[in-house]
Design a protein around this ligand. Structure first.
Ligand code: GRF
Length: 193
């Protein structure tokens, strides 16, 4: 982890969906005091809305559909090495990285998950939290290890579930908090001395 401490880290963001967390991290990275520089975005989805944003903002991106996972991971690994990427932020990335890929970047991959881990790992977190009549849900930023959504937790934010909430409204509320939490998590791990 000590290797993460220092000036702006060369960072890659991995996405699959809308990329709102990605946009938020890019905005954060442009602030003078931020601790990351977004050098590259990897998208598993060529139709992601985020692509237009990346083009407009002149941020380098590559698309890999992960249909040939081993081959794609090898290519991604080589690109990341060539660009001396020091940190990987998964942000709505829906593919599961192989153990060997994770091992190669051990302690340098972060993920954001829309639940209060260890509760509700995996998909459909909001549906399950509401179905179980939870009073709170939230979001978690954690290190990625070889088990799904199980790496060391860095930071969490609780969000109240109201009686009127449905998965969509809860997802919206939590996403808003995710945008605050990811930069906070980066500050937390990158400014430790
Ligand atoms: C977020 O809720 C993230 O936690 C989850 O998928 C959603 C992605 O949103 N894994 P976005 O693509 O960052 O807008």
């Amino acid at each position: 982890m000590e290797e993460l401490i220092g000036i702006k880290k060369r960072t890659a963001i991995f996405i699959s969906g809308n990329g709102s967390n990605m946009k938020n991290l890019i905005k954060y990275s442009k602030k003078k005091y931020s601790l990351i520089n977004v050098d590259l975005v990897i998208s598993s989805n060529k139709k992601s809305n985020a692509i237009r944003y990346l083009k407009k903002n002149k941020i380098d991106f590559k698309i890999f559909d992960f249909k040939q996972k081993n081959k794609d991971e090898r290519k991604i690994f080589n690109i990341l090495k060539k660009r001396e990427i020091q940190l990987i932020c998964l942000a709505g990335f829906m593919k599961i990285l192989s153990k060997s890929f994770i091992k190669r970047f051990n302690g340098k991959i972060l993920n954001i998950h829309p639940s209060l881990l260890p509760k509700y790992k995996g998909l459909n977190t909001h549906e399950r939290a509401i179905l179980n009549k939870e009073k709170f849900s939230g979001c978690t930023v954690h290190f990625v290890n070889s088990k799904l959504d199980s790496g060391k937790i860095i930071i969490q934010k609780k969000v109240k579930i109201n009686k009127k909430d449905n998965p969509k409204s809860l997802s919206k509320k939590i996403l808003k908090q995710e945008h605050l939490l990811y930069p906070k998590a980066l500050k937390e791990i990158l400014s430790r001395t």
